[in-house]
Design a protein around this ligand. Structure first.
Ligand SMILES: NC(=O)c1ccc[n+]([C@@H]2O[C@H](COP(=O)([O-])OP(=O)(O)OC[C@H]3O[C@@H](n4cnc5c(N)ncnc54)[C@H](O)[C@@H]3O)[C@@H](O)[C@H]2O)c1
Ligand SMILES: Nc1nc(=O)c(N)c(NC[C@H](O)[C@H](O)[C@H](O)COP(=O)(O)O)[nH]1
Length: 225
């Protein structure tokens, strides 16, 4: 059985995940970042796409020691696994993912990735080939399941979120809408990718919860049955 997939991201009131420069943009406030850390701690693995790694240099670590302690008390590894979707093995070997924070790093590449690049990354991470030209997310979920991942949190960015949402490979979407407008037709949105044209293809959702956090709102949706 594939892991339970929770998509979590923050967007501006006009639906952008970041500025058109694609640099990391603070949308969440203090309480929402705390919620995100709790969700990370509650997940077996946290995933981002290579676009996010290259623009944000995330560590994907738990910020709160209390959250790591809670995992340990529950008999889990104190740090969730960190997963990157990276077709051509562009993952920088000196990024924060390797410098900051603990937690196993697993990189999914495609057959297009050069062997030398994969071998270099293998010194620091587990590298798994899944897919021909790009990474096949069904294979990824299957492999993560074999690695013991039951709950997966997908943080972004917009291209990876589109792939998960358009293929129905998710269970929940938690989207924090911050009280700001970023604008820009080239700024990443909550779902980029190709987009649907036929309403029959649209991914349909059911609203599960609405919560006010900081000066924004958290919407929780589940995939429509
Ligand atoms: N606000 C937030 O919550 C949030 C969260 C994450 C990222 N971001 C922002 O998102 C932007 C990055 O998003 P992005 O769309 O450029 O990159 P991304 O992180 O979505 O990575 C996409 C890349 O992954 C690779 N890939 C391989 N197989 C794939 C597949 N099956 N589906 C999709 N991608 C696949 C491709 O190279 C693709 O270009 C940055 O600006 C970052 O700051 C914001
Ligand atoms: N929930 C949320 N609110 C935001 O305002 C924001 N900018 C992100 N962004 C998520 C994206 O995935 C970032 O790159 C990682 O959150 C950075 O990860 P680290 O903090 O370095 O572990 N996520």
């Amino acid at each position: 059985m594939r892991p339970y997939v929770i998509i979590n991201a923050a967007m501006s009131a006009d639906g952008k995940l970041a500025t058109r420069e694609r640099k990391q943009t603070k949308i969440s406030g203090h309480d929402d970042f705390l919620r995100v850390d709790r969700l990370r701690a509650d997940s077996d693995a946290i995933m981002v796409g290579i676009g996010t790694v290259l623009s944000d240099d995330p560590s994907l670590r738990l910020k709160s020691e209390e959250h790591a302690g809670m995992r340990k008390a529950n008999g889990k590894d104190p740090h969730p696994m960190r997963v990157v979707i990276d077709s051509t093995a562009k993952m920088p070997a000196d990024g924060d993912m390797f410098k900051k924070g603990l937690g196993r790093v697993v990189i999914f590449v495609s057959e297009k990735a050069q062997k030398e690049k994969c071998d270099a990354l293998r010194e620091k991470a587990t590298v798994i080939s899944a897919g021909r030209d790009s990474v096949d997310l069904e294979i990824v979920l299957d492999e993560l399941s074999k690695l013991g991942v039951e709950k997966l949190m997908v943080e972004g960015g917009s291209t990876l979120l589109w792939s998960f949402m358009s293929s129905g490979l998710f269970d929940e979407i938690r989207i924090y809408i911050g009280a700001l407008i970023i604008g820009g037709k080239d700024a990443p949105t909550f779902a980029d990718g190709q987009g649907f044209t036929d309403p029959d293809d649209f991914t349909r959702l059911t609203l599960k919860d609405i919560e006010r956090i900081d000066d924004g709102v958290l919407l929780t949706w589940v995939k429509k049955a």
